[in-house]
Design a protein around this ligand. Sequence first.
Ligand code: SAM
Ligand code: FES
Length: 368
Amino acid sequence: MRRLIDKLERDHCLKKEEWMALIAAEAEKEYLYERARAVSGQYYGNKVYTRGLIEFTNYCRNNCYYCGIRRDNADVERYRLSEEEILSCCKEGYRLGFRTFVLQGGEDAYYTDDRLIHLIRAIKKAYGDCALTLSIGEKSKESCRKFFEAGADRYLLRHETANKEHYRSLHPKELSLEKRQECLYNLKEIGFQTGCGFMVGSPGQTVECLAEDMLFITELQPQMVGIGPFVPHHKTPFASEAAGSVERTLYLIGLLRLLKPNLLLPATTALGTMDENGRERGILAGANVVMPNLSPVGVRKKYALYDNKICTGDEAAECRMCLSGRMERIGYRLVTDRGDPAENECHLAGKKENYVQRNVTESGRVHQ
Ligand code: SAM
Ligand code: FES
Protein backbone atom coordinates (compact mmCIF):
# COMPACT_ATOMS: atom_id res chain seq x y z
CA MET A 1 0.00 0.00 0.00
CA ARG A 2 2.92 2.32 0.69
CA ARG A 3 3.82 1.93 -2.96
CA LEU A 4 0.37 3.20 -4.00
CA ILE A 5 0.54 6.12 -1.57
CA ASP A 6 3.95 7.06 -3.01
CA LYS A 7 2.59 6.71 -6.51
CA LEU A 8 -0.34 8.99 -5.71
CA GLU A 9 1.99 11.60 -4.24
CA ARG A 10 4.22 11.42 -7.30
CA ASP A 11 1.65 11.17 -10.12
CA HIS A 12 -1.50 12.73 -8.59
CA CYS A 13 -3.50 10.07 -10.28
CA LEU A 14 -4.36 6.37 -9.74
CA LYS A 15 -6.24 3.76 -11.72
CA LYS A 16 -9.66 2.65 -10.49
CA GLU A 17 -8.38 -0.74 -9.19
CA GLU A 18 -5.57 1.03 -7.36
CA TRP A 19 -8.00 3.42 -5.66
CA MET A 20 -10.17 0.49 -4.66
CA ALA A 21 -7.27 -1.46 -3.20
CA LEU A 22 -6.04 1.55 -1.22
CA ILE A 23 -9.44 2.60 0.11
CA ALA A 24 -10.46 -0.96 1.03
CA ALA A 25 -7.19 -1.59 2.89
CA GLU A 26 -7.19 1.71 4.81
CA ALA A 27 -3.59 0.73 5.59
CA GLU A 28 -0.40 2.69 6.39
CA LYS A 29 -2.51 5.43 7.96
CA GLU A 30 0.29 7.11 9.86
CA TYR A 31 2.49 7.11 6.78
CA LEU A 32 -0.32 8.61 4.67
CA TYR A 33 -1.05 11.37 7.22
CA GLU A 34 2.64 12.17 7.54
CA ARG A 35 2.94 12.57 3.76
CA ALA A 36 -0.35 14.54 3.57
CA ARG A 37 0.86 16.94 6.31
CA ALA A 38 4.20 17.34 4.57
CA VAL A 39 2.53 18.20 1.25
CA SER A 40 0.03 20.53 2.91
CA GLY A 41 2.92 22.19 4.77
CA GLN A 42 4.80 22.78 1.52
CA TYR A 43 1.86 24.68 0.09
CA TYR A 44 0.25 26.25 3.14
CA GLY A 45 2.73 26.06 6.02
CA ASN A 46 0.80 25.67 9.26
CA LYS A 47 -2.08 27.88 8.11
CA VAL A 48 -5.67 26.81 8.49
CA TYR A 49 -8.13 28.97 6.57
CA THR A 50 -11.46 30.02 8.05
CA ARG A 51 -14.68 30.57 6.16
CA GLY A 52 -17.61 32.19 7.95
CA LEU A 53 -20.68 30.05 7.25
CA ILE A 54 -24.04 31.80 7.03
CA GLU A 55 -26.93 29.34 6.81
CA PHE A 56 -29.39 31.81 5.37
CA THR A 57 -32.43 29.65 4.59
CA ASN A 58 -33.63 26.18 5.52
CA TYR A 59 -36.48 26.16 3.00
CA CYS A 60 -35.77 23.58 0.32
CA ARG A 61 -37.70 22.32 -2.68
CA ASN A 62 -35.66 19.11 -2.73
CA ASN A 63 -36.25 15.91 -0.88
CA CYS A 64 -32.82 14.26 -0.61
CA TYR A 65 -33.27 11.12 1.50
CA TYR A 66 -30.34 11.90 3.81
CA CYS A 67 -31.03 15.53 4.59
CA GLY A 68 -32.72 16.86 7.73
CA ILE A 69 -34.13 19.97 6.05
CA ARG A 70 -35.66 18.06 3.10
CA ARG A 71 -39.01 19.30 1.85
CA ASP A 72 -41.08 16.54 3.44
CA ASN A 73 -39.75 17.02 6.96
CA ALA A 74 -42.76 18.81 8.43
CA ASP A 75 -41.09 19.06 11.85
CA VAL A 76 -38.59 21.64 10.64
CA GLU A 77 -39.35 25.17 11.73
CA ARG A 78 -38.56 26.99 8.50
CA TYR A 79 -36.72 30.32 8.44
CA ARG A 80 -35.01 32.57 6.00
CA LEU A 81 -32.76 35.50 6.81
CA SER A 82 -33.46 38.86 5.21
CA GLU A 83 -30.75 40.70 3.30
CA GLU A 84 -30.34 42.96 6.32
CA GLU A 85 -29.87 40.02 8.68
CA ILE A 86 -27.32 38.44 6.32
CA LEU A 87 -25.41 41.73 6.10
CA SER A 88 -25.36 41.95 9.86
CA CYS A 89 -23.86 38.41 10.05
CA CYS A 90 -21.17 39.61 7.62
CA LYS A 91 -20.58 42.70 9.74
CA GLU A 92 -20.03 40.59 12.85
CA GLY A 93 -17.86 38.17 10.84
CA TYR A 94 -15.78 41.01 9.44
CA ARG A 95 -15.27 42.39 12.95
CA LEU A 96 -14.03 38.96 14.03
CA GLY A 97 -11.55 38.94 11.16
CA PHE A 98 -13.31 36.74 8.59
CA ARG A 99 -12.49 37.57 4.98
CA THR A 100 -14.53 34.81 3.36
CA PHE A 101 -18.26 34.35 3.73
CA VAL A 102 -20.15 31.26 2.63
CA LEU A 103 -23.85 31.68 1.94
CA GLN A 104 -25.41 28.26 2.31
CA GLY A 105 -29.03 27.22 2.12
CA GLY A 106 -31.68 24.93 0.75
CA GLU A 107 -33.04 25.55 -2.74
CA ASP A 108 -35.44 28.28 -1.70
CA ALA A 109 -37.67 29.81 -4.40
CA TYR A 110 -38.01 33.05 -2.40
CA TYR A 111 -34.37 33.74 -3.23
CA THR A 112 -34.87 34.48 -6.92
CA ASP A 113 -31.92 35.37 -9.13
CA ASP A 114 -32.73 39.06 -8.71
CA ARG A 115 -32.79 38.84 -4.92
CA LEU A 116 -29.56 36.84 -4.89
CA ILE A 117 -27.85 39.30 -7.23
CA HIS A 118 -28.95 42.20 -5.05
CA LEU A 119 -27.58 40.39 -1.99
CA ILE A 120 -24.26 39.48 -3.66
CA ARG A 121 -23.76 43.09 -4.78
CA ALA A 122 -24.61 44.43 -1.33
CA ILE A 123 -22.10 42.09 0.36
CA LYS A 124 -19.34 42.82 -2.16
CA LYS A 125 -20.00 46.56 -1.91
CA ALA A 126 -19.66 46.55 1.86
CA TYR A 127 -16.85 44.00 2.04
CA GLY A 128 -14.95 44.31 -1.23
CA ASP A 129 -11.85 42.70 0.25
CA CYS A 130 -13.74 39.51 1.12
CA ALA A 131 -14.35 36.41 -0.96
CA LEU A 132 -17.95 35.31 -1.31
CA THR A 133 -18.87 31.66 -1.69
CA LEU A 134 -22.30 30.39 -2.71
CA SER A 135 -23.64 26.99 -1.68
CA ILE A 136 -27.22 27.17 -2.88
CA GLY A 137 -27.70 24.02 -4.92
CA GLU A 138 -28.24 23.52 -8.63
CA LYS A 139 -28.84 26.65 -10.71
CA SER A 140 -28.88 27.19 -14.47
CA LYS A 141 -25.71 28.22 -16.24
CA GLU A 142 -27.22 31.66 -16.98
CA SER A 143 -28.06 32.22 -13.31
CA CYS A 144 -24.59 31.14 -12.22
CA ARG A 145 -23.02 33.49 -14.75
CA LYS A 146 -25.09 36.37 -13.37
CA PHE A 147 -24.04 35.54 -9.80
CA PHE A 148 -20.41 35.50 -10.91
CA GLU A 149 -20.78 38.83 -12.69
CA ALA A 150 -22.42 40.28 -9.57
CA GLY A 151 -19.26 39.42 -7.64
CA ALA A 152 -19.55 35.91 -6.19
CA ASP A 153 -16.13 34.24 -6.29
CA ARG A 154 -16.65 30.61 -5.30
CA TYR A 155 -19.33 27.95 -5.43
CA LEU A 156 -19.67 24.77 -3.40
CA LEU A 157 -21.80 22.01 -4.82
CA ARG A 158 -21.04 18.56 -3.50
CA HIS A 159 -21.49 15.98 -6.24
CA GLU A 160 -22.64 13.59 -3.44
CA THR A 161 -21.53 10.44 -5.32
CA ALA A 162 -20.10 9.83 -8.77
CA ASN A 163 -21.89 6.49 -9.16
CA LYS A 164 -25.18 6.69 -11.05
CA GLU A 165 -27.03 3.92 -9.20
CA HIS A 166 -25.80 5.19 -5.86
CA TYR A 167 -26.93 8.71 -6.75
CA ARG A 168 -30.37 7.27 -7.62
CA SER A 169 -30.61 5.58 -4.24
CA LEU A 170 -29.84 8.80 -2.33
CA HIS A 171 -32.20 11.11 -4.23
CA PRO A 172 -35.72 11.20 -5.61
CA LYS A 173 -36.04 10.76 -9.36
CA GLU A 174 -36.25 14.47 -10.22
CA LEU A 175 -32.56 14.83 -9.30
CA SER A 176 -29.84 13.33 -11.44
CA LEU A 177 -26.11 12.83 -11.28
CA GLU A 178 -25.79 14.05 -14.85
CA LYS A 179 -27.37 17.40 -14.00
CA ARG A 180 -25.29 17.74 -10.82
CA GLN A 181 -22.05 17.10 -12.69
CA GLU A 182 -23.07 19.38 -15.53
CA CYS A 183 -23.59 22.20 -13.00
CA LEU A 184 -20.09 21.63 -11.66
CA TYR A 185 -18.53 21.81 -15.12
CA ASN A 186 -20.55 24.98 -15.83
CA LEU A 187 -19.31 26.60 -12.63
CA LYS A 188 -15.70 25.88 -13.54
CA GLU A 189 -16.19 27.16 -17.06
CA ILE A 190 -17.74 30.41 -15.81
CA GLY A 191 -14.68 31.00 -13.67
CA PHE A 192 -15.85 30.17 -10.16
CA GLN A 193 -13.42 28.59 -7.76
CA THR A 194 -15.42 25.41 -7.56
CA GLY A 195 -15.90 22.85 -4.82
CA CYS A 196 -17.42 19.37 -5.05
CA GLY A 197 -17.54 16.64 -2.42
CA PHE A 198 -19.46 13.78 -0.87
CA MET A 199 -20.55 12.19 2.37
CA VAL A 200 -18.46 9.29 3.60
CA GLY A 201 -20.53 6.22 4.49
CA SER A 202 -23.79 7.36 2.93
CA PRO A 203 -26.17 4.38 2.70
CA GLY A 204 -25.21 2.05 -0.15
CA GLN A 205 -21.76 3.55 -0.67
CA THR A 206 -19.19 0.93 -1.69
CA VAL A 207 -15.44 1.08 -2.11
CA GLU A 208 -16.08 1.17 -5.84
CA CYS A 209 -18.29 4.27 -5.41
CA LEU A 210 -15.47 5.97 -3.51
CA ALA A 211 -12.95 5.05 -6.22
CA GLU A 212 -15.32 6.62 -8.75
CA ASP A 213 -15.52 9.75 -6.57
CA MET A 214 -11.74 9.99 -6.67
CA LEU A 215 -11.71 9.59 -10.46
CA PHE A 216 -14.40 12.25 -10.85
CA ILE A 217 -12.41 14.65 -8.67
CA THR A 218 -9.30 13.90 -10.73
CA GLU A 219 -11.21 14.76 -13.85
CA LEU A 220 -13.00 17.87 -12.56
CA GLN A 221 -9.91 19.30 -10.83
CA PRO A 222 -11.93 21.42 -8.38
CA GLN A 223 -10.28 24.03 -6.17
CA MET A 224 -12.11 22.72 -3.09
CA VAL A 225 -13.45 19.35 -1.94
CA GLY A 226 -15.76 19.00 1.06
CA ILE A 227 -16.13 15.57 2.60
CA GLY A 228 -17.59 14.55 5.94
CA PRO A 229 -19.20 11.48 7.44
CA PHE A 230 -22.87 10.81 6.75
CA VAL A 231 -24.77 11.37 10.00
CA PRO A 232 -28.36 10.11 10.20
CA HIS A 233 -31.23 12.48 10.91
CA HIS A 234 -34.17 10.97 12.80
CA LYS A 235 -36.82 12.49 10.50
CA THR A 236 -35.49 11.23 7.17
CA PRO A 237 -35.87 7.94 5.28
CA PHE A 238 -32.31 7.15 6.38
CA ALA A 239 -33.06 7.60 10.09
CA SER A 240 -31.98 4.08 11.04
CA GLU A 241 -28.94 3.84 8.76
CA ALA A 242 -25.47 3.66 10.29
CA ALA A 243 -23.32 6.80 10.38
CA GLY A 244 -20.19 7.04 8.24
CA SER A 245 -16.79 6.17 9.65
CA VAL A 246 -14.51 8.87 11.04
CA GLU A 247 -11.47 6.71 10.28
CA ARG A 248 -12.42 6.31 6.63
CA THR A 249 -13.14 10.05 6.34
CA LEU A 250 -9.67 10.87 7.68
CA TYR A 251 -8.08 8.37 5.31
CA LEU A 252 -9.87 9.93 2.33
CA ILE A 253 -8.79 13.43 3.44
CA GLY A 254 -5.18 12.21 3.39
CA LEU A 255 -5.63 10.70 -0.07
CA LEU A 256 -7.27 13.88 -1.40
CA ARG A 257 -4.35 15.97 -0.17
CA LEU A 258 -1.94 13.81 -2.16
CA LEU A 259 -4.26 13.76 -5.17
CA LYS A 260 -4.30 17.56 -5.37
CA PRO A 261 -1.70 19.24 -3.15
CA ASN A 262 -3.10 22.79 -3.22
CA LEU A 263 -6.70 21.74 -2.61
CA LEU A 264 -8.79 23.68 -0.10
CA LEU A 265 -9.99 20.84 2.05
CA PRO A 266 -12.20 21.48 5.08
CA ALA A 267 -12.27 19.57 8.33
CA THR A 268 -16.06 19.62 8.43
CA THR A 269 -18.63 20.16 11.16
CA ALA A 270 -19.94 16.62 10.50
CA LEU A 271 -16.47 15.29 11.31
CA GLY A 272 -16.49 17.35 14.53
CA THR A 273 -19.94 15.99 15.32
CA MET A 274 -18.86 12.35 15.02
CA ASP A 275 -15.66 12.83 17.03
CA GLU A 276 -14.97 15.44 19.71
CA ASN A 277 -11.55 15.99 18.12
CA GLY A 278 -12.67 15.31 14.57
CA ARG A 279 -11.70 18.69 13.17
CA GLU A 280 -8.22 18.57 14.73
CA ARG A 281 -7.78 15.03 13.40
CA GLY A 282 -8.95 16.23 9.98
CA ILE A 283 -6.25 18.92 9.92
CA LEU A 284 -3.64 16.37 11.02
CA ALA A 285 -4.77 14.10 8.15
CA GLY A 286 -4.22 16.86 5.56
CA ALA A 287 -7.20 19.25 5.72
CA ASN A 288 -6.56 23.02 5.77
CA VAL A 289 -9.92 24.79 6.16
CA VAL A 290 -12.50 25.15 8.94
CA MET A 291 -15.90 26.76 8.60
CA PRO A 292 -17.13 28.32 11.84
CA ASN A 293 -20.82 29.12 12.02
CA LEU A 294 -21.70 32.80 11.65
CA SER A 295 -25.46 32.25 11.47
CA PRO A 296 -27.51 34.07 14.11
CA VAL A 297 -27.64 31.94 17.27
CA GLY A 298 -31.46 31.87 17.12
CA VAL A 299 -31.60 29.91 13.84
CA ARG A 300 -28.70 27.51 14.22
CA LYS A 301 -30.68 24.63 15.63
CA LYS A 302 -33.16 24.97 12.77
CA TYR A 303 -30.46 24.21 10.19
CA ALA A 304 -30.16 20.62 11.41
CA LEU A 305 -28.99 18.58 8.44
CA TYR A 306 -28.33 15.67 10.82
CA ASP A 307 -28.75 14.82 14.50
CA ASN A 308 -26.52 16.23 17.28
CA LYS A 309 -24.87 18.83 15.03
CA ILE A 310 -22.24 20.74 17.00
CA CYS A 311 -21.81 24.54 17.25
CA THR A 312 -25.52 25.26 17.28
CA GLY A 313 -25.48 27.18 20.55
CA ASP A 314 -22.30 29.25 20.49
CA GLU A 315 -21.87 32.94 19.91
CA ALA A 316 -20.12 33.57 16.59
CA ALA A 317 -17.15 34.98 18.49
CA GLU A 318 -16.96 31.94 20.78
CA CYS A 319 -17.05 29.59 17.82
CA ARG A 320 -14.12 31.43 16.27
CA MET A 321 -12.13 31.51 19.53
CA CYS A 322 -12.83 27.85 20.24
CA LEU A 323 -11.55 26.82 16.82
CA SER A 324 -8.49 29.00 17.01
CA GLY A 325 -7.61 27.44 20.40
CA ARG A 326 -8.17 23.96 18.99
CA MET A 327 -5.86 24.66 16.03
CA GLU A 328 -3.14 26.21 18.19
CA ARG A 329 -3.08 23.16 20.43
CA ILE A 330 -2.13 20.98 17.45
CA GLY A 331 0.47 23.45 16.16
CA TYR A 332 -1.62 25.15 13.47
CA ARG A 333 -2.61 28.77 13.03
CA LEU A 334 -6.08 29.94 12.14
CA VAL A 335 -5.82 32.62 9.47
CA THR A 336 -8.60 34.79 8.20
CA ASP A 337 -7.26 35.94 4.81
CA ARG A 338 -9.17 34.91 1.67
CA GLY A 339 -6.86 31.99 1.01
CA ASP A 340 -7.43 31.76 -2.74
CA PRO A 341 -5.87 28.60 -4.14
CA ALA A 342 -4.19 30.49 -6.99
CA GLU A 343 -2.30 32.60 -4.48
CA ASN A 344 -0.93 29.60 -2.75
CA GLU A 345 2.36 28.89 -4.32
CA CYS A 346 4.39 26.00 -3.14
CA HIS A 347 6.81 27.06 -0.42
CA LEU A 348 9.53 25.07 -2.10
CA ALA A 349 11.09 27.09 -4.89
CA GLY A 350 10.44 25.65 -8.31
CA LYS A 351 7.90 23.12 -7.14
CA LYS A 352 4.91 25.25 -8.11
CA GLU A 353 2.56 23.43 -10.51
CA ASN A 354 4.87 20.44 -10.41
CA TYR A 355 1.90 18.42 -9.43
CA VAL A 356 0.10 18.89 -12.74
CA GLN A 357 -1.14 15.47 -13.56
CA ARG A 358 0.82 13.38 -15.92
CA ASN A 359 -1.94 11.04 -16.91
CA VAL A 360 -4.56 13.49 -18.01
CA THR A 361 -5.14 14.10 -21.68
CA GLU A 362 -5.52 17.56 -23.13
CA SER A 363 -9.30 17.37 -22.94
CA GLY A 364 -9.00 16.80 -19.20
CA ARG A 365 -10.22 13.21 -19.35
CA VAL A 366 -8.41 10.76 -17.13
CA HIS A 367 -6.84 7.57 -18.44
CA GLN A 368 -8.39 4.74 -16.48
N1 SAM B 1 -28.70 23.00 -0.98
C1 SAM B 1 -27.31 23.08 -1.19
C2 SAM B 1 -26.81 21.89 -1.97
O1 SAM B 1 -27.57 20.99 -2.28
O2 SAM B 1 -25.62 21.86 -2.31
C3 SAM B 1 -26.47 23.29 0.08
C4 SAM B 1 -27.02 22.75 1.34
S1 SAM B 1 -26.86 21.00 1.54
C5 SAM B 1 -27.67 20.75 3.06
C6 SAM B 1 -25.12 20.86 1.98
C7 SAM B 1 -24.56 19.47 2.15
O3 SAM B 1 -24.94 18.91 3.38
C8 SAM B 1 -24.98 18.44 1.14
O4 SAM B 1 -24.26 18.58 -0.03
C9 SAM B 1 -24.73 17.12 1.87
O5 SAM B 1 -23.53 16.50 1.42
C10 SAM B 1 -24.61 17.55 3.34
N2 SAM B 1 -25.55 16.78 4.17
C11 SAM B 1 -26.89 16.75 4.06
N3 SAM B 1 -27.42 15.86 4.92
C12 SAM B 1 -26.38 15.29 5.59
C13 SAM B 1 -26.28 14.28 6.58
N4 SAM B 1 -27.35 13.66 7.04
N5 SAM B 1 -25.05 13.95 7.04
C14 SAM B 1 -23.96 14.59 6.56
N6 SAM B 1 -23.98 15.54 5.62
C15 SAM B 1 -25.19 15.89 5.13
FE1 FES C 1 -32.26 20.59 0.12
FE2 FES C 1 -31.03 19.22 1.90
S1 FES C 1 -32.68 18.55 0.65
S2 FES C 1 -30.71 21.29 1.44
